[in-house]
Write a protein that binds this ligand. Structure first.
Ligand code: ZN
Length: 189
């Protein structure tokens, strides 16, 4: 089932998400729905707060990057309760977008290498290190679990320049290609 995606300004996107355990109700269905929602919106990652669930859960499928980055072919993952244990390496800029902020793309500076611990769908614990484009995607999705968005990394001036566009997104004054929940929906005249 395709779920609606929370738009910029939604309160769930501003919360720090909670860890879950194996008793979380209908977890497998939620994961399946998140993949379906992500694919329908042509995303490469989706965090649970983007489907209005304040829990630490991320789905990833980097396949769309395989043309430029063959090593990412078939990279598909579910991260449950991810926590960053180290963030290091050189800072680099990359043009990011977000399904919760349609039609806005900006260069975001992040560190190259991220170490995380997380649990898989069987709740086995993993420690892994990612850099390059995967390190980038994981840091972007992880931000969603911390109540942050990529625009929060921009300079105050850049954010001021985007303010009108962001207000339009919150109030549903955009043509999204997928179903969204707008926190400050205004009726179109
Ligand atoms: Zn995002």
């Amino acid at each position: 089932m395709i779920l609606p995606i929370t738009a910029y300004g939604h309160p769930t996107l501003k919360k720090v998400a909670s860890d879950i355990d194996e008793h979380f109700p209908n977890l497998n269905i939620l994961i399946e729905n998140m993949f379906e929602t992500m694919y329908a919106a042509s995303g490469v990652g989706l965090a649970a707060p983007q489907v209005n669930q304040s829990i630490r859960l991320i789905v990833l499928d980097a396949t769309p990057f395989e043309k430029e980055h063959p090593e990412l072919s078939g990279f598909k993952k579910v991260l449950i309760n991810p926590h960053i244990t180290s963030l290091e390496g050189e800072e680099w800029a990359y043009n990011e977008g977000c399904l919760s902020i349609p039609d806005i793309h900006e260069d975001v500076i992040r560190k190259s290498t991220v170490q995380i611990t997380y649990q898989d769908e069987q709740f086995n614990v993993h420690h892994e290190t990612y850099s390059g484009i995967l390190g980038r995607i994981i840091q972007h999705e992880y931000d969603h679990l911390e109540g942050k968005l990529f625009v929060d990394h921009l300079t105050p001036l850049k954010k001021i320049l985007l303010k009108r566009k962001l207000t339009d997104i919150s109030s549903g004054q955009i043509e999204a290609k997928y179903k969204m929940i707008f926190p400050h929906l205004k009726k179109k005249r």
